[in-house]
Design a protein around this ligand. Structure first.
Ligand code: MSP
Length: 533
C-alpha cells in the first residue's frame, strides 16, 4: 500500500480559531480522506506551536504559567477539530518532550557542522510576528507582515547560514516543478527574497524564556520557527530512539500552509532539510486566505465568524463545502453572508438536493422504488453524452486534486450535478412514462427502455457524485447513498471505476430532502448578527 503523508502547519494556540484559520485544517482533512478512499495509507499530522514570546505574553495576561495556558489552548483546539471531524492521525505539541529533545539535537548538529554560528543581532523586531526585519523591509516604519509597530532590539545570537544554501535551493526549485504549488508562489520567493540576497537567519533569542534552550548554551532560547518547522519530522520520531514512523512516512507527500507563512516553508524549511541531509517534501501547497469584504477577519474590526457558529446552524458539511469551494488558486476567497446563503440555496438545495429528490421520486412513481434493469446499452446520443460527462468528471476531478486545486475540483463535481439535472429535462421521463395513443408494441418497448435507462443513469450519476463529495461531505454522501439504497460502509474510490454497476441496489426509498431552502433575508441577517458578537 502506498503511503501519503500530509501535514498542516502547527497552530499558534493563542485564541479561538475562526473560519479562516480552520481552512488549512479542513483542506488537509479533505485531501487525507481523498487519499484514504483511493487506498493510500494516509497519515495526517497537525498540532500546536506552543513556544515563543507571544505565548509567554498571552499566558501572563491570563494569569497562568505558559504551560498551563498552552495546555488549555491545545485542549480547545483538539475539541474544535473533533467537532469538525478532522481525521488527523497525530497531534504534535512543541512542548512534547520528544520534540524538545529532538530540536536540541538538530540545533547542535547544525552548530557542529558550522551551519549555525554565533554573532550579534540588531534589527527591528515585531513581537506579534516574532520576526526581525531590516530597515528596508519595514513598510512606513512598521512591520511589513502585520502593519504593527516594531522595536529596535540588539542581542547576542546564533545565526543560520542561509546564504550558503541559496543556490542549491534555486536549483532545487528549478529541477522540481511540483515542489511548490501554485508555481507563482515560488517566483515570489525568488524575486522577493532569494534574488535580492538571502539574509542569514537569527535562530536564537535571549529576550524571553519560554522556549527550547540551546543544549550547549542554555541562556539562548531556540527561535520559534526553527523549533516549529522541525515538528514535521520530530513528530515521526526523527532524532529519537524510534524512527519507525519517520522511515515509513518521510518525505512528506504534501505540506499545506497558508500564504502568510510561505516564506518560512519555501525557504527556511527546505534549507534546514538540506542541512540535515534529508529528502525534501514532494509538494508544498500554499493556499490563499478566507477574507471578509472589509479585509482581514479580525476581532477588533468585529467581522469574525467561528466555525462552530456556522456548523451549529447549517451543519458541518455545508461549512466545509463553503470554505473549500470559496478559496481560488489565484486570489483570496471572500466570505459574505449573501454568498454563503446563495451557495446553500443554489448549489446544495436547488442543484444537489433536488436532483436526488426528483430521481428518488420518479423511481418510486414509475417503478415502485425498484431500480429498473435496462438493456445496458445507451440508446441514444443523450445517454452516450451523460456517460461521457460522468467519466470525464472523475478524470478531471482527479487531475485537479492532484494539482491541489480543490475549489476547482469541487466546482467540477457541480458541473456534473448541473449536467445531470439537465439530463432530466432532456430525457423528460414524465413523457416517457405516458402511454402514447396508437403506439406500436415496439415503440412502447423502446419508450419503456428509455425511461429505465434515464432512471438508471440518474442513479449512477448520483452514486458517483456521492463518492466524489465524500472527502469533504461525508454525511451528505451517506445520506445520498442511503436514499439510493447503497451501503456506504465499504465505499472506496474503486467504486467509481465500475460506474454503471448498480447491481446491489434493490429498493430506493423516498427520503427527506438533504437540504431545505433557506429564507434568504432571514439567514443573511442571522449571519450578520454572528459577526457582531
Ligand atoms: N504557528 C504557525 C505555523 C507554524 S508551522 C511550522 C502559524 N500558526 S497560525 O495559527 O497563525 O496559522 C495556522 C494556519 O491558519 C496557517 O496556515 C494560516 O495561513 C492559516 N490561516 C490563518 N488565517 C487564515 C485565513 N483567514 N484564511 C485561510 N487561512 C488562514 O502560522
Amino acid at each position: 500500500m502506498d503511503k501519503f503523508y500530509v501535514t498542516t502547519p502547527i497552530y499558534y494556540p493563542s485564541g479561538k480559531f475562526h473560519i479562516g484559520t480552520a481552512y488549512t485544517e479542513v483542506l488537509a482533512d479533505a485531501i487525507k480522506r481523498y487519499k484514504t478512499l483511493q487506498g493510500y495509507d494516509a497519515y495526517m499530522l497537525t498540532g500546536t506551536d506552543e513556544h515563543g514570546q507571544k505565548i509567554e505574553d498571552k499566558a501572563k495576561e491570563a494569569n497562568l504559567s505558559p504551560k498551563e495556558y498552552v495546555d488549555l489552548q491545545a485542549d480547545s483546539a483538539k475539541k474544535l477539530w473533533k467537532e469538525m471531524k478532522i481525521n488527523y492521525n497525530q497531534y504534535i505539541r512543541t512542548t512534547d518532550d520528544l520534540h524538545e529533545k529532538a530540536v536540541g539535537v538538530i540545533f547542535e548538529k547544525f552548530l557542529k557542522q558550522g551551519d549555525i554560528y554565533k554573532g550579534e543581532y540588531e534589527g527591528w523586531y515585531c513581537k506579534p510576528c516574532e520576526s526581525y526585519f531590516t530597515e528596508t523591509q519595514l513598510v512606513d516604519g512598521k512591520c511589513p507582515d502585520c502593519g504593527r509597530p516594531v522595536e529596535k532590539m540588539k542581542e547576542e545570537a546564533y545565526f543560520f547560514n542561509m546564504k550558503k544554501y541559496a543556490d542549491r535551493l534555486l536549483k532545487y526549485y528549478d529541477e522540481h516543478p511540483d515542489f511548490v504549488k501554485p508555481a507563482y508562489r515560488k517566483n515570489e520567493m525568488i524575486n522577493n527574497f532569494i534574488k535580492p540576497g538571502l539574509e542569514d537567519l537569527c535562530v536564537t533569542r535571549t529576550s524571553f524564556d519560554w522556549g527550547i534552550k540551546v543544549p550547549s548554551d542554555p541562556k539562548h532560547v531556540i527561535y520559534v520557527w526553527l523549533d516549529a518547522l522541525t515538528n514535521y519530522i520530530t513528530a515521526l520520531g526523527y532524532a529519537s530512539n524510534n524512527e519507525e514512523l519517520f522511515n515509513k512516512f518521510w518525505p512528506a507527500d504534501l505540506q499545506i500552509v497558508g500564504k502568510d507563512i510561505a516564506r518560512f516553508h519555501l525557504i527556511y524549511w527546505p534549507i534546514f532539510l538540506m542541512a540535515l541531509d534529508l529528502t525534501l517534501p514532494k509538494t508544498i501547497l500554499v493556499h490563499n486566505w478566507i477574507t471578509m469584504k472589509d479585509g482581514k477577519m479580525s476581532k477588533s474590526v468585529g467581522n469574525v465568524i467561528y466555525p462552530e457558529q456556522l456548523m451549529e446552524r447549517y451543519g458541518l458539511d455545508v461549512t466545509k463545502y463553503f470554505l473549500l469551494r470559496q478559496v481560488p488558486v489565484n486570489s483570496d476567497g471572500v466570505f459574505t453572508p449573501e454568498e454563503f446563503v446563495e451557495r446553500y440555496n443554489y448549489n446544495l438545495c436547488n442543484d444537489l438536493s433536488n436532483l436526488l429528490n426528483r430521481t428518488v421520486s420518479m423511481i418510486n412513481k414509475y417503478f415502485d422504488g425498484n431500480l429498473p434493469v435496462y438493456n445496458g446499452n445507451p440508446n441514444d446520443e443523450i445517454d452516450i453524452s451523460i456517460e461521457k460527462e460522468a467519466e470525464d468528471t472523475v478524470k478531471e476531478f482527479e487531475n485537479l486534486m492532484e494539482n491541489c486545486e480543490i475549489a476547482n475540483a469541487i466546482q467540477r463535481i457541480w458541473g456534473l450535478v448541473s449536467r445531470t439535472n439537465k439530463y432530466i429535462d432532456e430525457t423528460s421521463p414524465w413523457s416517457l412514462a405516458k402511454e402514447v395513443d396508437g403506439e406500436s408494441e415496439e415503440e412502447r418497448k423502446l419508450r419503456k427502455e428509455k425511461l429505465k435507462s434515464a432512471m438508471y443513469h440518474l442513479v449512477a450519476n448520483l452514486k458517483e457524485i456521492a463518492i466524489l463529495i465524500r472527502p469533504f461531505m461525508e454525511e451528505t454522501s451517506n445520506n445520498i447513498l442511503r436514499q439510493l439504497g447503497i451501503s456506504s460502509e465499504n465505499i472506496t474510490w474503486n467504486d467509481l471505476k465500475d460506474y454503471k454497476n448498480l447491481q446491489d441496489i434493490k429498493v430506493i426509498e423516498k427520503g427527506e430532502p438533504i437540504f431545505m431552502r433557506l429564507d434568504v433575508e432571514e439567514e443573511i441577517e442571522y449571519i450578520k448578527g454572528l459577526m457582531q458578537k
